[in-house]
Design a binder for this molecule. Structure first.
Ligand SMILES: [Zn+2]
Length: 311
């Protein structure tokens, strides 16, 4: 068969050269179209995936403890995000639904048309890319940088001014001291200024630091000076030194002297004033995101949360 073809080509060299060149051109065009238009397709898809992820996260942020909590607002926030980040969407659907376990999920689906450049010559004018993402607010289960303090679980009212006093943490309005990563005033003071560098998780048993740790409020005062954004309760940067991430415990646990206490969660307190003479700090419990592990089955009831994509 091959021999026959070769002899045929040899008989009519001129004609076969034209056919061969044409075939090669077609092949080249095919490859060029594959490279450019497939590249274009992949790029468009990645851009759409990123935009849809960001839209779902932004929408879910509205359902965080500090957000509006309004499903309509969450939907419109996600829509605006998607439309802002990707031009010429041919389809966009945003829905908010509640799972049987009570988790509120923001789901975004988007479609975009991709106009091909070279593949047109082969008869393919356009393609379609699709992306979908779901996001929800998850409670933080572990994080680094917590203050070596302890506060009883209570109904933290965001935006309401509190005065917290250093003392027995079982009394409402008080905070106590924890020894994290070692005992002693120096470690305690360092942890108070910079946050404990180790990881603290829900369920961890930690040790209380009994006695007066020589003015913990002074160390908190040092934190305030490190805020460079003039953060206030109305506008604060997540991770600002003014924000203390305070481990929360169940006050049914009895503490006596140096005791082991189980961490139940984390609260965020934005300090705006320190009274060293009275060992008092004044400020607000706030809702904020922190870097750390999060669990969708854990409601962010204490205000410290993460917004995550559902896999
Ligand atoms: Zn700040």
């Amino acid at each position: 068969m091959l021999r026959k073809l070769l002899s045929l080509l040899a008989e009519n060299e001129k004609g076969s050269a034209v056919v061969l060149v044409s075939l090669m051109m077609l092949c080249l065009l095919g490859f060029a179209a594959l490279v450019t238009d497939f590249g274009l397709y992949c790029l468009s898809r990645q851009q759409l995936v990123n935009a849809v992820d960001a839209a779902a996260l932004a929408g879910a942020g509205e359902l965080s403890p500090g957000g509006s909590g309004d499903e309509t607002a969450a939907r419109s926030c996600a829509e605006q995000y998607a439309l802002k980040n990707v031009a010429d969407l041919t389809g966009l659907a945003v829905s908010v639904f509640t799972t049987p376990s009570g988790l509120k999920v923001v789901q975004v689906n988007a479609v975009k048309k991709v106009d091909f450049i070279l593949a047109r010559l082969l008869g393919y004018t356009s393609g379609e890319v699709q992306a979908a993402a779901s996001a929800a607010v998850a409670g933080i289960t572990s994080c680094r940088g917590v203050a070596p303090l302890l506060i009883a679980r209570q109904d933290f009212k965001f935006g309401e001014r509190y005065t917290l006093k250093y003392g027995d943490p079982a009394s409402p309005g008080n905070f106590g001291a924890l020894s994290l990563g070692g005992t002693g005033a120096d470690i305690y003071r360092h942890n108070l200024i910079y946050g404990y560098s180790g990881r603290v998780s829900v369920g961890d048993m930690v040790t209380t630091e009994p006695g007066n740790m020589s003015g913990p409020t002074q160390a908190i005062d040092e934190r305030l000076a490190r805020c460079t954004d003039n953060c206030t309760v109305d506008h604060y940067e997540p991770g600002c030194p003014k924000i203390l991430i305070i481990p929360v415990y169940d006050p049914h646990q009895v503490l006596k002297g140096r005791s082991q206490v189980r961490i139940e969660g984390f609260a965020a307190f934005l300090v705006d004033r320190v009274d060293c003479a009275k060992d008092e700090i004044q400020g607000y419990f706030i809702s904020t995101t922190v870097e750390g592990d999060a669990d969708f089955s854990r409601p962010p009831d204490t205000g410290v949360y993460a917004v995550r994509l559902l896999q």
